[in-house]
Ligand binder design. Structure first.
Ligand code: C5P
Length: 225
Protein backbone atom coordinates (compact mmCIF):
# COMPACT_ATOMS: atom_id res chain seq x y z
CA UNK A 1 0.00 0.00 0.00
CA UNK A 2 2.96 2.34 0.54
CA UNK A 3 2.51 4.31 -2.70
CA UNK A 4 -1.24 3.91 -3.07
CA UNK A 5 -3.24 7.03 -3.95
CA UNK A 6 -6.84 6.95 -2.76
CA UNK A 7 -9.07 9.88 -3.79
CA UNK A 8 -12.21 10.58 -1.76
CA UNK A 9 -14.38 13.37 -3.12
CA UNK A 10 -17.87 14.55 -2.36
CA UNK A 11 -20.00 17.46 -1.20
CA UNK A 12 -19.88 19.16 2.22
CA UNK A 13 -20.81 16.97 5.14
CA UNK A 14 -20.91 13.65 3.27
CA UNK A 15 -18.70 12.15 5.98
CA UNK A 16 -15.42 12.40 4.07
CA UNK A 17 -13.20 13.57 6.94
CA UNK A 18 -14.13 10.94 9.50
CA UNK A 19 -14.01 8.12 6.98
CA UNK A 20 -10.83 9.30 5.24
CA UNK A 21 -8.94 9.48 8.55
CA UNK A 22 -10.00 5.95 9.43
CA UNK A 23 -9.10 4.55 6.00
CA UNK A 24 -5.68 6.25 6.15
CA UNK A 25 -5.05 4.80 9.61
CA UNK A 26 -6.09 1.29 8.57
CA UNK A 27 -3.88 1.35 5.47
CA UNK A 28 -0.96 3.22 7.12
CA UNK A 29 -1.16 5.99 4.57
CA UNK A 30 -0.91 9.76 4.96
CA UNK A 31 -4.22 11.54 5.48
CA UNK A 32 -4.47 14.56 3.21
CA UNK A 33 -7.26 16.99 4.07
CA UNK A 34 -7.27 19.39 1.11
CA UNK A 35 -10.34 21.25 2.44
CA UNK A 36 -8.27 22.26 5.48
CA UNK A 37 -5.74 23.89 3.13
CA UNK A 38 -8.42 26.03 1.44
CA UNK A 39 -9.82 26.86 4.86
CA UNK A 40 -6.39 27.92 6.18
CA UNK A 41 -5.88 30.32 3.25
CA UNK A 42 -9.40 31.68 3.86
CA UNK A 43 -8.58 32.21 7.54
CA UNK A 44 -5.44 34.15 6.56
CA UNK A 45 -7.36 36.31 4.05
CA UNK A 46 -9.96 37.15 6.71
CA UNK A 47 -7.26 37.87 9.28
CA UNK A 48 -5.44 40.13 6.82
CA UNK A 49 -8.70 42.02 6.21
CA UNK A 50 -8.47 41.57 2.47
CA UNK A 51 -11.80 41.51 0.62
CA UNK A 52 -12.71 37.94 -0.37
CA UNK A 53 -13.17 39.01 -3.99
CA UNK A 54 -9.81 40.82 -4.26
CA UNK A 55 -8.07 38.14 -6.32
CA UNK A 56 -5.01 40.28 -6.99
CA UNK A 57 -4.30 40.99 -3.32
CA UNK A 58 -4.98 37.37 -2.40
CA UNK A 59 -2.62 36.13 -5.11
CA UNK A 60 0.06 38.43 -3.69
CA UNK A 61 -0.66 37.37 -0.09
CA UNK A 62 -0.27 33.67 -0.80
CA UNK A 63 2.96 33.94 -2.81
CA UNK A 64 5.07 33.44 0.29
CA UNK A 65 2.63 31.45 2.42
CA UNK A 66 3.88 28.24 4.04
CA UNK A 67 1.43 25.48 4.86
CA UNK A 68 2.31 22.51 6.97
CA UNK A 69 0.08 19.51 7.58
CA UNK A 70 0.96 17.24 10.45
CA UNK A 71 -0.72 13.87 10.29
CA UNK A 72 -0.81 11.49 13.21
CA UNK A 73 -2.68 8.56 11.78
CA UNK A 74 -2.34 6.56 14.96
CA UNK A 75 -4.45 9.17 16.76
CA UNK A 76 -6.66 9.83 13.72
CA UNK A 77 -5.85 13.52 14.08
CA UNK A 78 -4.21 16.07 11.88
CA UNK A 79 -3.01 19.60 12.49
CA UNK A 80 -2.56 22.44 10.07
CA UNK A 81 -0.12 25.32 10.38
CA UNK A 82 -0.09 28.41 8.19
CA UNK A 83 3.02 30.58 8.34
CA UNK A 84 3.94 28.61 11.45
CA UNK A 85 0.66 29.31 13.27
CA UNK A 86 -1.49 26.36 14.30
CA UNK A 87 -4.98 27.08 12.93
CA UNK A 88 -6.50 23.60 13.25
CA UNK A 89 -9.41 24.93 15.32
CA UNK A 90 -9.71 28.42 13.80
CA UNK A 91 -10.48 27.05 10.33
CA UNK A 92 -13.73 25.38 11.47
CA UNK A 93 -15.60 28.58 12.37
CA UNK A 94 -18.78 29.58 10.58
CA UNK A 95 -17.07 32.66 9.14
CA UNK A 96 -14.39 30.56 7.44
CA UNK A 97 -16.93 27.95 6.32
CA UNK A 98 -19.14 30.61 4.74
CA UNK A 99 -16.21 32.33 2.99
CA UNK A 100 -14.12 29.40 1.78
CA UNK A 101 -15.94 28.74 -1.52
CA UNK A 102 -15.16 32.25 -2.75
CA UNK A 103 -11.47 31.72 -2.03
CA UNK A 104 -11.26 28.18 -3.41
CA UNK A 105 -12.68 29.36 -6.76
CA UNK A 106 -9.64 31.60 -7.40
CA UNK A 107 -7.03 30.47 -9.87
CA UNK A 108 -3.93 31.56 -7.89
CA UNK A 109 -5.18 29.78 -4.78
CA UNK A 110 -5.96 26.56 -6.61
CA UNK A 111 -2.66 26.56 -8.51
CA UNK A 112 -0.68 26.93 -5.33
CA UNK A 113 -2.59 24.33 -3.31
CA UNK A 114 -2.91 21.73 -6.06
CA UNK A 115 0.87 21.92 -6.64
CA UNK A 116 1.45 21.37 -2.92
CA UNK A 117 -1.02 18.44 -2.83
CA UNK A 118 0.66 16.76 -5.80
CA UNK A 119 4.09 17.14 -4.17
CA UNK A 120 2.79 15.33 -1.09
CA UNK A 121 1.23 12.59 -3.24
CA UNK A 122 4.46 12.13 -5.21
CA UNK A 123 6.49 11.45 -2.11
CA UNK A 124 4.23 8.92 -0.38
CA UNK A 125 0.93 7.06 -0.46
CA UNK A 126 -2.06 9.16 0.57
CA UNK A 127 -5.75 9.03 1.22
CA UNK A 128 -6.81 12.48 0.05
CA UNK A 129 -10.21 14.05 0.54
CA UNK A 130 -11.65 17.04 -1.27
CA UNK A 131 -13.74 18.12 -4.23
CA UNK A 132 -11.39 17.67 -7.20
CA UNK A 133 -8.98 14.95 -6.10
CA UNK A 134 -10.10 12.26 -8.56
CA UNK A 135 -10.82 14.68 -11.40
CA UNK A 136 -7.91 17.11 -11.15
CA UNK A 137 -5.31 16.66 -8.39
CA UNK A 138 -4.72 12.94 -8.90
CA UNK A 139 -6.56 11.97 -12.10
CA UNK A 140 -4.58 8.70 -12.14
CA UNK A 141 -5.40 7.81 -8.52
CA UNK A 142 -5.47 4.07 -7.88
CA UNK A 143 -8.87 4.24 -6.23
CA UNK A 144 -11.52 6.92 -6.55
CA UNK A 145 -14.52 7.16 -4.27
CA UNK A 146 -17.34 9.69 -4.53
CA UNK A 147 -19.19 9.97 -1.21
CA UNK A 148 -22.68 11.43 -1.17
CA UNK A 149 -25.59 11.75 1.26
CA UNK A 150 -28.85 13.67 1.31
CA UNK A 151 -28.77 17.33 2.41
CA UNK A 152 -30.94 16.32 5.39
CA UNK A 153 -28.45 13.73 6.61
CA UNK A 154 -25.44 15.94 5.96
CA UNK A 155 -26.94 18.82 7.95
CA UNK A 156 -27.70 16.47 10.85
CA UNK A 157 -24.08 15.26 10.89
CA UNK A 158 -22.74 18.81 10.79
CA UNK A 159 -24.99 19.75 13.71
CA UNK A 160 -23.54 16.91 15.77
CA UNK A 161 -20.01 18.08 14.81
CA UNK A 162 -20.76 21.65 15.83
CA UNK A 163 -22.30 20.57 19.11
CA UNK A 164 -19.54 18.14 20.04
CA UNK A 165 -16.78 20.62 19.20
CA UNK A 166 -18.64 23.41 21.02
CA UNK A 167 -18.42 25.66 17.98
CA UNK A 168 -21.00 28.39 17.35
CA UNK A 169 -24.71 27.81 17.91
CA UNK A 170 -26.34 27.15 14.58
CA UNK A 171 -29.73 25.77 13.66
CA UNK A 172 -30.33 22.77 11.42
CA UNK A 173 -32.15 25.12 9.05
CA UNK A 174 -29.13 27.40 8.72
CA UNK A 175 -26.82 24.42 8.27
CA UNK A 176 -28.98 23.12 5.42
CA UNK A 177 -28.94 26.53 3.77
CA UNK A 178 -25.13 26.73 4.09
CA UNK A 179 -24.59 23.22 2.75
CA UNK A 180 -26.78 23.90 -0.30
CA UNK A 181 -25.05 27.22 -0.97
CA UNK A 182 -21.59 25.65 -0.70
CA UNK A 183 -22.58 22.68 -2.91
CA UNK A 184 -23.82 25.13 -5.52
CA UNK A 185 -20.71 27.36 -5.43
CA UNK A 186 -18.33 24.37 -5.48
CA UNK A 187 -20.21 22.62 -8.30
CA UNK A 188 -20.61 25.60 -10.63
CA UNK A 189 -17.23 27.34 -10.33
CA UNK A 190 -15.10 27.59 -13.46
CA UNK A 191 -11.97 25.79 -12.25
CA UNK A 192 -12.03 22.15 -11.11
CA UNK A 193 -15.64 22.11 -9.92
CA UNK A 194 -16.96 19.42 -7.62
CA UNK A 195 -18.05 16.48 -9.76
CA UNK A 196 -17.78 12.73 -9.77
CA UNK A 197 -14.89 11.38 -11.83
CA UNK A 198 -16.21 9.02 -14.51
CA UNK A 199 -14.17 6.18 -13.04
CA UNK A 200 -15.10 6.85 -9.38
CA UNK A 201 -17.18 4.46 -7.29
CA UNK A 202 -20.16 6.30 -5.83
CA UNK A 203 -21.16 5.48 -2.26
CA UNK A 204 -24.32 6.96 -0.80
CA UNK A 205 -23.81 7.03 2.94
CA UNK A 206 -27.42 7.73 3.99
CA UNK A 207 -28.29 5.40 6.84
CA UNK A 208 -24.80 3.86 6.94
CA UNK A 209 -22.53 4.07 9.98
CA UNK A 210 -18.98 5.44 9.78
CA UNK A 211 -17.71 1.90 10.34
CA UNK A 212 -19.81 0.52 7.49
CA UNK A 213 -18.58 3.15 5.02
CA UNK A 214 -14.97 2.79 6.20
CA UNK A 215 -14.96 -0.98 5.82
CA UNK A 216 -16.52 -0.77 2.35
CA UNK A 217 -13.72 1.57 1.22
CA UNK A 218 -11.01 -0.56 2.84
CA UNK A 219 -12.44 -3.60 1.07
CA UNK A 220 -12.32 -1.76 -2.26
CA UNK A 221 -8.68 -0.79 -1.60
CA UNK A 222 -7.69 -4.32 -0.60
CA UNK A 223 -9.33 -5.82 -3.65
CA UNK A 224 -7.34 -3.40 -5.83
CA UNK A 225 -3.93 -4.47 -4.58
O1 C5P B 1 -14.10 19.64 2.92
P1 C5P B 1 -14.24 21.01 3.53
O2 C5P B 1 -15.64 21.34 3.94
O3 C5P B 1 -13.27 21.27 4.61
O4 C5P B 1 -13.85 22.00 2.31
C1 C5P B 1 -13.95 23.39 2.45
C2 C5P B 1 -14.06 24.03 1.08
O5 C5P B 1 -12.79 23.98 0.42
C3 C5P B 1 -15.05 23.46 0.09
O6 C5P B 1 -16.37 23.92 0.29
C4 C5P B 1 -14.48 23.92 -1.24
O7 C5P B 1 -14.87 25.24 -1.53
C5 C5P B 1 -12.98 23.91 -0.98
N1 C5P B 1 -12.31 22.72 -1.50
C6 C5P B 1 -11.99 22.70 -2.83
N2 C5P B 1 -11.27 21.66 -3.34
C7 C5P B 1 -10.87 20.66 -2.55
C8 C5P B 1 -11.21 20.67 -1.19
C9 C5P B 1 -11.96 21.71 -0.68
O8 C5P B 1 -12.35 23.60 -3.58
N3 C5P B 1 -10.14 19.67 -3.08
Amino acid sequence: FSKLIVAIDGPAGAGKSTVTKKVAKALHLTYLDTGAMYRAITWLVLKSRIALEDEKAIAELIKTVTLCLIDDFKQETSQILINGENVTKNIRTLEVTQSVSLISAQVAVRNKLVRHQREIGCSRGVVAEGRDIGTNVFPDADIKIFLTASVEERAKRRLIDYESQKLENISIHELKKDIKARDYQDSYRKIAPLCKATDAIELNTDGLTVEEVTSQIILICKSYV
